[in-house]
Design a binder for this molecule. Sequence first.
Ligand code: ADP
Ligand code: ZN
Ligand code: ZN
Length: 802
Amino acid sequence: MYAEVIVDVAAYPIDRPFDYAVPKKWQSILEPGVRVKVPFGSRKVVGYVTNTKMDSELDPEKIKSIVEIIDLEPVLSKELLALSKWMAADTIAYEIDALQVMLPAAMRAKYEKVMRVRSPELLDESFRAFIGNREQVTLKALQDADLLKETKSYSERGIVQIDTAIQQKTKIKKVRMIHIPDVDRLEVALTETHPNAKKQAELLRWLMKHASQSIEASKILHEANITATVLKALLDKQIIEQSQMEVYRELDAPKMKDSGKPEYLTDEQQVALSAIEQASDRDQQETFLLHGITGSGKTEIYLQAIDHVLKKGKEAIVLVPEISLTPQMTARFKGRFGELVAVLHSGLSSGEKYDEWRRIHRGEVKVAIGARSAVFAPFTNVGLLILDEEHESTYKQEESPRYHARDVAIWRADYHQCPVILGSATPALESYARATKDVYTLLTLTERAKQQALPSVEVVDMREELKTGNRSMFSVALTEAMKERLARKEQIVLLLNKRGFSSFVLCRDCGTVVECPNCDISLTYHRSTESLKCHYCGHEERVPLECPQCESEHIRFFGTGTQKAQEELFKLLPEARVIRMDVDTTNTKGAHERLLHDFGEGKADILLGTQMIAKGLDFPRITLVGVLAADTSLHLADFRAAEKTFQLLTQVSGRAGRDQLPGEVVIQTYDPDHYAIELSKSQEYVPFYELEMDRRRQLGYPPYYYVTVVQFSHEDVLKAADYAHKGTTFLAERLSPNTIIIGPTAAAISRLNNRYRYQCLIKYKQEPALIPILQQLLKHYKMNWAKDGLAMSINREPTAIF
Ligand code: ADP
Ligand code: ZN
Ligand code: ZN
């Protein structure tokens, strides 16, 4: 018997399974989807068994044998193995990358598998003798003792349990506790205290109010308003004592609750839900585009559709963009389905992620919610897949394998013959175009679920503001509107559109912008550390005091970050309580949740932030949304700039007036006549869609054409250009004449991490030979060009083209 094995050797130029012999003793236990160790060259490497067979075309003398079995149960099902094959081909990736992306990171690392006995009385004599009184035995040891077959059979009957011996690295949290004596002792201490030691006396009086208790040191410092030195003085005199105490980690996300299932669905919701349920009952693949304005009750439809498939004994996968994976969102699912929900988000440690993965793998949960990679949730009886905010570009992975979660979801739905729901208020142009051609079934929600009106939108021309002498970031209209809300104790959301915009340092004398020494891109100013950072390679330096070019001192930071906005806001409305949410304030675990929770509790009047606040917020007291600098994202050199701007404005406007109180939106811009801004006033998607489609047709962009970008980078600029030229010629000679090849051209960021970047763009309507030809190019690159230091990547349907 032979096994086809994909080995984990990324550098090897040949991407195909290798045949290995299966030793006789393992023939009955080895299945596709398990990991093994095999000899490769002079090493032993990990590989994935993708198939088993009785014959091999190779010379049996030369075939090596599998040396170790890592898993007894397959970690990848037949479905996921097939999916990885398809995905590798479709995205021109290596099969090993396609396999590994489906597993939690903890399984990619080298963790040992161990066996623990659950019911020792059911083991046979010799097996029990081998285990002895050990609590756990590694699979390797069992293998060496030739007991794998028995182990597998015990494991299938639940007599033993196989686990990964993952180390919980989480540190135990400790706090310093102060033990306060009784009042008498404190009285004595007070009389003995030197009259000049006023602070010590003060502390002693405070302690008397808390006599015979143990209190956290930090709490005493804070509440008694004293310094650590004073506390130490009493410790030194042994009046009080201290100790370290272990505490449990606080639960990360403060609990938020679901408002519960509404009594009735709206007519539109009912129509949409029935269509989905019928597709589910027909056991047919069907992709629905659920286009519903913000607050129209899309999430409610997801919940009820999931309920329907759970009742049929099936499972559901819900994908949301990472930033909208808010506690509010997950609380709604947990509120409805309780313990049946697993949440996979980036805030989990790798051990926690592995635990959630295992709960899915073992069938302990029925609903998986998570960002992009949750689309690979190892369910075996999927009944529904949902992508919320389907237009979000984060659904496309921009590193190998460059898959789009939408395509993977549709593939899995096809395998399981079940429906897919793509939901959005502003669908991707591609998706809406497919819906108009009946590739997807369009379902439309035109009204808000609670019948509230959409907010009124006002566009303010900031050029006019400047003319009338207002140099602030806030227009008169927005300032007035904010004052009204503060007076009425209502809440405000302010969005600073930072897409395509950053704060940089500019010399006012010679115009020099400080750039990264490794990349051709300007450095971003960070006020909190007074430093300049490159967001591409991580380079960091101090803010220069004089211009590196002309040595002028008139070099200063330019642009408007959230910190600057917060400072201006403070000058303008000193009484307002502001929560700022951006990359700087949300980079610690759970910070995002905490800030939102505080805002939801009414601990602030204004939530000021970047696009991360645009989504998912559902707070009843938000009645005003302000957008500062709406047009910055229009100036990206990306053909999707208008679409992304329209999506963002619509999303953020949807945060206002979601409950009883009516909402208002103020959009500030230097470009009020641009159609993306003009049309966001009415918040109507279809007119925007039609205009934008016209433009795409004229320019020959998606969805009228498909595009693929091939990028070449090298440390030597001449070599980069040369290989880009060779690659482009290779493609031009082989692809059909109707296919348009543009380039090679320098990439928008022409140098990154000291590598020069060139690219060529392939545009086509139909190109059946595309995949095989790109695979040939990739193989050619691996065999011949890679060793010369070239890096080449192929990206089908990139999220942005510069
Ligand atoms: P969307 O996902 O389209 O933004 P949601 O599903 O979040 O919309 O619904 C918006 C609000 O309306 C939520 O507070 C939700 O609880 C409520 N809601 C949804 N459907 C109904 C309904 N049929 N009746 C009453 N309230 C509803
Ligand atoms: Zn200068
Ligand atoms: Zn850099």
